[in-house]
Design a protein around this ligand. Structure first.
Ligand code: SAM
Length: 284
């Protein structure tokens, strides 16, 4: 029996890593559906979430909760079962192991000599990269930034010189603070906020980091979010930054001096020049 052709009948024993949709259930591949329908058991993050997916494909399988809080306890049993049974691994959404549990399961399955198969599919980071319109030849997946301001700033500083597009996972309530920290640490680079990918309210808003920070400062969006940031080489040169646009947006929220300071920090342009320009813009 081939591990790779489950249509032939019962699945061979081993570990099957199955990517599931990130919003739109129609994105489940037919191969993923076949594997999930034939697995002897499925390791799941949240059985309520996976039960909905299984109902969508008209199947019921044994589900074994496997998440950050029980993984060390549950893993040995899963590994033992892989010797004789097909064990699938899914997360609540997207590709397991990507900001989700699973890497130790894969490592220990390999060490135990079990067959391991991946069923590729949706991943929010990759989907966001396809929407952002930023270079994709090199990218660095950063997952979630730390919640605390100092740790977040330190992490951003660590990657500020890396010549790759940066990809961050984020949630609506934290988006404003994250964009402000990215603007502070990375300056006026181009970026994109991709939201609710594959769902009804999917959108991708592209602008400079300071402009995005201003846009979302007091208006946290709903839903799931990926922030994509251009590499340093792709940032507009200081003189070419559309400082007027940044100043106009900043002036909507603060006086000229503060606006000049914010735009100066974001772009590296001289604060005095920006202040003079802000006064001109205000006088218009
Ligand atoms: N394993 C998943 C994957 O392959 O993308 C990621 C799981 S991680 C716990 C959840 C984060 O992924 C969300 O907070 C958000 O940043 C991102 N995400 C998941 N679904 C998304 C969607 N439909 N649109 C935008 N971002 C999404």
């Amino acid at each position: 029996m081939s591990l790779f052709q489950p249509e032939e009948g019962r699945l061979a024993p081993g570990l099957y890593i199955v990517a599931t949709p990130i919003g739109n259930l129609s994105d489940l591949s037919s191969r993923a559906a076949t594997i999930l329908g034939q697995a002897d058991a499925i390791a799941v993050e949240d059985s309520r979430v996976t039960a909905k997916l299984l109902a969508h494909i008209g199947t019921k399988r044994q589900m074994i909760p496997y998440h950050d809080h029980n993984a060390d306890r549950v893993r040995p049993g899963l590994i033992a079962r892989m010797a004789t049974e097909a064990i699938a691994l899914v997360s609540d959404a997207g590709t397991p192991l990507i900001s989700d549990p699973g890497y130790k399961l894969v490592r220990e399955a390999r060490e135990a000599g079990h067959a391991i198969v991946t069923i590729p599919g949706p991943c929010a980071a990759i989907a966001a990269l396809t929407l952002a319109g930023l270079p994709t030849d090199r990218f660095l997946f950063m997952g979630f930034l730390p919640a605390k301001a100092k740790a977040r700033a330190d992490t951003i500083a660590e990657v500020s010189a890396i010549r790759a597009t940066l990809v961050f996972y984020e949630s609506g309530p934290r988006l404003g603070a994250t964009l402000a920290a990215l603007a502070e640490g990375l300056g006026g680079r181009e970026a994109a906020v991709a939201r609710e990918i594959s769902k009804t309210y999917e959108e991708c808003v592209a602008d400079t980091l300071p402009a995005l920070a201003a846009r979302y400062a007091d208006a946290p969006p709903k839903g799931e979010i990926v922030v994509v940031v251009a590499p340093p080489g792709e940032a507009p040169l200081a003189g070419a930054v559309d400082a007027d646009a940044l100043l106009v947006r900043a002036l909507e929220r603060m006086p000229a001096a503060k606006a000049a300071k914010e735009v100066s920090q974001a772009t590296g342009l001289a604060r005095a020049d920006l202040y003079a320009r802000a006064l001109e813009l205000k006088a218009r």
